[in-house]
Write a protein that binds this ligand. Structure first.
Ligand SMILES: Nc1ncnc2c1ncn2[C@@H]1O[C@H](COP(=O)(O)OP(=O)(O)OP(=O)(O)O)[C@@H](O)[C@H]1O
Ligand SMILES: [Mg+2]
Length: 465
């Protein structure tokens, strides 16, 4: 693995100026950044205040000694490696330091060879650990993404767009009501982009107060505000080289919008309480469940930020506008929840599917997913039955009423009732039969008998016939 010393900051702590300067010279002459401290206490202040990649500390110092310093570091920053330097080499202190989690130790007078070797190895191992952790997480995410379902033309169009954007770094705005798959598409965009091996970081802009969101996004220095007990890098920097997903972007305050625009345009962020800006290289994908154009027209969203985000727009359709995907999604979720719950439900009964097809799905795909998850728990046989579905789905009967003059011939009444019901359920015969309290066979017979089949076949459902 290649390490770049210029990006690595080492803290060197020693009460003896000569030893301190020697370490500093060795490291700096090989390109490392070095900060120094003369006591453990001062060192602790530094690691909690600025991001440090490695600590080298003397063992015997007045006040807080090297071992106490090591303990204190590992309490707040367990992943930070510490190398001990000591003039009083003794097996005891070395053993104790290792037991306490020191990465290694060097006896004084230090040689540049030993220092550089140990520093390099410590950094490499640290980076490897981070990378493994990251790769594992990516793998899980990538797996998920192989399964975006949609054969509806509007979904197919979106898939093509995701493919077309493969080499792109453009900002993308994803619009869609709740549960339509905005985050799923954002991840697909990331994993299909040149940044796929770097982080995908998501933040819900609607879930935090303005101050919290600011420090969450841009980071803060220690002591920047009450409760800021240590420095935070912020999500822009976490996403450096990768993608930052700004969810519910319409919920940001006007001040926040200004700050976001600046960060996106300049490619740099300033931590709360800090003076200096830090460069970041982040691709932005934003999502909203509101019409952002309308929010702008109403003065709730800044036009400059709107146009900055609005480069490429993905509009996700409501589930009720792509009902042809309901059976596919159902099978997909059936597979997932069978596996998770160790069940073997093969299919969904036609009556139950008819209910799914009729429902309005205000919560879209997420609601369908929850519904299938629940049904898999409840189902007893090999099929999901209508009774395994939530009550809300059964109430498809509309409030619409028909009026008749007393004395209307019964067959006329029946024909009108049949037609109105079929209209209300979009021609779905399973549902119509259930609502009318007759078998499907009887329904078919009556449809034919009243000459309604021609109307249904031609897909014409006139208001009256
Ligand atoms: N096309 C799809 N194929 C398979 N699963 C989907 C699809 N769309 C959404 N889902 C699933 O539905 C759930 C909700 O999706 P997601 O979180 O992406 O929606 P969202 O639009 O971000 O919702 P919200 O606005 O509430 O944040 C997730 O579990 C997701 O995996
Ligand atoms: Mg979401």
């Amino acid at each position: 693995m290649k390490i770049d010393p210029k990006k690595i900051k080492v803290l060197a702590v020693d009460d003896d100026p000569g030893s301190r300067e020697l370490l500093q010279t060795i490291l700096e002459s090989h390109g490392y950044q070095v900060v120094t401290a003369t006591t453990g206490k001062e060192g602790l202040n530094i690691v909690q205040g600025v991001p440090v990649d490695l600590v080298m500390t003397d063992l015997r110092m007045p006040g807080m000694d090297g071992l106490a310093f090591l303990k204190a570091i590992h309490q707040s920053l367990p992943a930070l490696s510490v190398i001990i330097t000591t003039a009083h080499a003794s097996i005891d202190s070395a053993v104790e330091a290792t037991k306490l989690g020191a990465y290694g130790y060097i006896t004084k007078p230090v040689t540049s060879e030993r220092v550089l070797h140990l520093v390099r190895r410590a950094i490499e191992e640290q980076q490897l650990r981070q990378e493994n952790l990251y790769l594992r997480r990516q793998l899980e995410e990538r797996h998920q993404f192989a399964n975006i379902i949609g054969k509806a033309p509007r979904m197919q169009e979106i898939f093509r767009l995701v493919e077309d954007l493969e080499k792109s770094e453009s900002t993308v705005l994803i619009q869609g009501t709740t549960g339509t798959g905005k985050e799923l598409i954002a991840k697909a965009l990331h994993f299909h982009s040149p940044r796929r091996d770097r982080s995908f970081v998501a933040v819900n802009c609607g879930g935090l107060t303005e101050t919290l969101l600011e420090s969450e996004l841009f980071g803060h220095l220690r002591g920047a505000f009450t409760g800021a007990i240590s420095t935070k890098r912020g999500l822009f920097r976490e996403a450096d080289g990768g993608t930052l997903f700004l969810d519910e972007i319409s919920e940001t305050s006007p001040t926040m919008q200004v700050k976001l625009l600046r960060a996106i345009q300049e490619g740099e962020v300033k931590p709360v309480g800090g003076e200096q800006s830090v460069k970041v290289d982040v691709r932005i994908i934003a999502a909203t469940n509101q019409d952002l154009g309308q929010a702008m027209a109403a003065g709730r969203f800044r036009p400059d930020l709107y146009y900055r985000l609005n480069v490429i727009v993905v509009g996700l359709p409501d589930l009720k506008d792509r009902r042809e995907d309901i059976p596919l999604l159902t099978t997909h979720f059936l597979g997932i929840y069978n596996q998770r719950q160790k069940k073997e439900i093969r299919d969904i009964a036609p009556e139950a599917l008819a209910l799914l097809l009729d429902y309005e799905w205000p919560g879209n795909v997420r609601e369908l997913e929850n519904c299938i998850e629940r049904a898999v728990v409840l189902a007893r046989g090999e099929m999901i039955q209508a009774e395994n579905l939530p009550r809300g789905l059964h109430q498809t009967t509309t409030e619409r009423s028909l009026t008749f003059n007393v004395g209307t011939p019964l067959d006329v009444l029946e024909r009108k009732a049949l037609l109105a019901t079929l209209q209300d359920v979009n021609g779905n015969k399973t549902t119509a039969a259930r609502l009318l309290g007759i078998s499907q066979r009887t329904l078919y017979r009556k449809i034919k008998g009243y000459g309604l089949d021609r109307l249904l076949h031609e897909n014409k459902m006139p208001e009256s016939a």
